[in-house]
Design a protein. Structure first.
Length: 391
């Protein structure tokens, strides 16, 4: 076999990094042969505890409590996770192999060789949260749009293309494109995780260590280990504080709306009532429209209409949460909905049909359209206030 390994020697340890394409038959075979030849003391794999359990128990989607997902404000995280999983499985299906086969091989080899298994990656939720918090509002919109468009990209990918991705020059070119469009994504998803993986691998027990990684991480991880300047894992596991401006805007807009309505009432009761009606209609109607577009039940649509004008005045609440809870109660997901998740998410029709993704869409679209209603309704309130005061 033509070895494509990176071997490092540091602090009395021999560390071998094996770069893989996560859905390649060749990569899985390379991992098996490499581990049998090296017979390491520790085997590190690019998984965290959650993804490790998901890989070992692929049916755990069926145990998801969608109500708790909404209450814990994790709808966006769950939808992103489903999309990423679906994309990987779609490619794996074309290659006629199970997604994550090389990681499964690493797990199996650890048992066979009596080696310590090390889950070396950071929690995916932490990674997503750090990406999200480091983007501005408009950057978040751009990122979400990019993800949605890529979801329905059905460009054919050959196994040869996947193997070519293991060449460093192509990887550097690909990362440069990501960095140009979304530098924060590249920083958190690739570079920070390089640092995290390197620190975990360097801490693994025994003189011989093998790490099974996506090929994109090998250059960065190798550089980190060779430098000897390993990252602080606690810092990389922490979440950046929310922007103070986000809190100011979140509370400032509702407060300004209330003050403007009260001020208008002092000048004209009829104009004040007109503002209230405008606020209710714009917020309620648009949030209900978002729920309708998501395929929500009539009770969910009604809930969004009633909740939006109220929740828009409280940053701690969101109309989509209430609409989503009603949707989950009226149309409880069935086992088959969870079983078909990664297939249904590949099309708009499938996402609308599947009860799980439909609930997530109800939450997200009700909130997005409610925000639009806040902007339009707020503008109308300001207009009425100015007309009342200066007429």
């Amino acid at each position: 076999m033509d070895k494509q390994w990176t071997t490092l020697r540091t602090q009395g340890k021999e560390i071998t990094l094996i770069g893989t394409a996560h859905v390649s038959k060749v990569s899985a075979q390379e991992v098996k042969e490499a581990l049998e030849e090296i017979h390491p003391d520790s085997i590190c794999i690019e998984l965290d505890e959650d993804r490790y359990q998901s890989l070992l128990h692929p049916g755990q989607w069926e145990q998801t409590d969608i109500v708790q997902v909404i209450k814990q404000k994790k709808t966006g995280f769950l939808l992103a996770n489903i999309i990423l999983s679906s994309y990987q499985k779609k490619i794996a299906k074309k290659m006629d192999i199970s997604a994550g086969a090389e990681m499964l091989q690493g797990i199996q080899s650890a048992k066979e060789l009596n080696a310590e298994l090390v889950l070396a990656d950071r929690r995916i939720q932490t990674t997503f949260s750090r990406i999200w918090r480091k983007h501005s509002f408009w950057q978040k919109c751009k990122l979400l749009t990019s993800i949605i468009f890529s979801l329905f990209d059905d460009e054919d990918i050959t196994e040869a293309d996947l193997e070519q991705l293991k060449q460093s020059d192509m990887l550097e070119s690909a990362l440069k494109e990501v960095g140009d469009s979304f530098p924060v994504v590249a920083e958190v998803l690739i570079h920070e995780r390089d640092q995290y993986l390197a620190a975990k691998i360097a801490q693994a027990q025994g003189p011989k260590i093998v790490a099974v990684l996506g090929a994109a991480h090998v250059p960065g991880v190798a550089a980190q280990i060779e430098s000897g300047n390993l990252a602080d894992l606690k810092e990389l596991d922490s979440l950046p504080p929310k922007s103070i401006w986000g809190k100011v805007i979140g509370w400032g807009i509702p407060l300004a709306i209330i003050v403007l309505i009260l001020a208008t009432f002092l000048n004209s009761h009829s104009a004040g009532w007109e503002q209230i009606q405008s606020w209710i209609l714009w917020n309620g109607t648009l949030s209900a429209l978002g729920t309708l577009l998501a395929g929500g039940h009539v009770l969910s649509i009604l809930t969004a209409f009633i909740a939006a004008p109220i929740t828009s005045l409280n940053p701690l609440l969101a109309a989509g949460w209430f609409a989503g809870l009603v949707e989950a109660s009226v149309r409880k997901p069935k086992v088959k909905d969870f079983e078909n998740l990664t297939e249904d998410v590949n099309s708009v029709k499938g996402m609308w049909k599947n009860r799980v993704t439909r609930i997530l869409l109800v939450v997200i679209l009700a909130n997005v359209f409610s925000s639009l209603g806040t902007f339009i309704g707020g503008t109308d309130i300001i207009k009425t206030f100015l007309e009342t005061v200066f007429r």
